[in-house]
Design a protein around this ligand. Structure first.
Ligand SMILES: O=C[C@H](O)COP(=O)(O)O
Length: 262
């Protein structure tokens, strides 16, 4: 049974990473909106995660033209304000009407030493300010080769959601992104991705309840393209995609969003 059949609206999100300035962002979102004009946004949710410097421009465009495309940030500070040079707070993102924020992306874990405790604090900061976190989890190649990918990923899920009440956990989005498949062109086999995503749902049932587990949307991320998205989205426990490189090409991202036609 697919996500939609289970009542979970698929979420196709584009993580632009450190790409596109604010002018390019406007052009890109306009192109997406135009190409998606006949899209049933009740059947598929579309979001973009631009760099912080683009958010005001994207907000102005989305608000001004009443676009159905949602947007969010790629990170959030665990702190609400104060002497934290370079950080962006939940109140700032909330003021810009961000719907989502990616938390614990592997590039943050790898290059900024974010631990599960830091990720957990950021998940809580997001909820505190009405922003839905996209909690990113996934194993490095060495972990998969050692056969520890499921345990490793579930520990990140548990760490990221620590002490989070069920009323919040039920709306979290979890993105399973095997690190070795990010930006490498090596997509994780759909069956392999399903194995981990099913285990994540099982962990949610154990931590909370089956009801909560059934509501949570679990995305797959890692070299998603129009050519592989249909097979990925056909998996029972995969409810969307977190797309990096391919989301920078509007035509390709539109094809990914239209995964049912691929
Ligand atoms: O957040 C997105 C992921 O890191 C996937 O990136 P990618 O689609 O370029 O492999």
């Amino acid at each position: 049974m697919t996500a939609a059949e289970k009542g979970r609206t698929p979420l196709m999100a584009g993580n632009w990473k450190m790409n596109l300035n604010h002018l390019e962002a406007i052009a890109h979102v306009q192109k997406l909106a135009f190409a998606l004009a006949d899209t049933d946004y009740e059947a598929v949710e579309v979001a973009v995660l631009p760099p912080f410097t683009d958010l005001r421009s994207v907000q102005t465009l989305v608000d001004g033209d009443k676009l159905k495309i949602k947007y969010g940030a790629q990170d959030i500070s665990a702190h609400d304000g104060g002497a934290y040079t370079g950080e962006i707070s939940g109140p700032m993102l909330s003021k810009l009407k961000c719907t989502y924020v990616a938390v614990g992306h592997s590039e943050r874990r790898q290059y900024h030493d974010e631990t599960d405790d830091v990720v957990n604090a950021k998940v809580k900061a997001a909820y505190k300010h009405g922003i839905t976190p996209i909690l990113c989890v996934g194993e490095e190649l060495s972990v998969r080769e050692a056969g520890n990918h499921v345990a490793h990923t579930l520990a990140q899920v548990e760490g990221g959601l620590k002490d989070l009440p069920a009323e919040q956990a039920e709306s979290v989005v979890i993105a399973y992104e095997p690190v070795w498949a990010i930006g490498t062109g090596k997509v994780c086999g759909a069956g392999d991705a399903q194995e981990v995503c099913a285990a994540i749902r099982g962990k949610l049932a154990e931590l909370y309840s089956q009801d909560v587990a059934d509501q949570v949307r679990i995305q797959y991320g890692g070299s998603v393209k129009s050519g592989n998205v249909a097979e990925i989205m056909a998996q029972a426990d995969i409810d969307g995609a977190l797309v990096g490189g391919a989301s920078l090409d509007a035509d390709e991202f539109v094809k990914i969003i239209r995964f049912r036609d691929q």
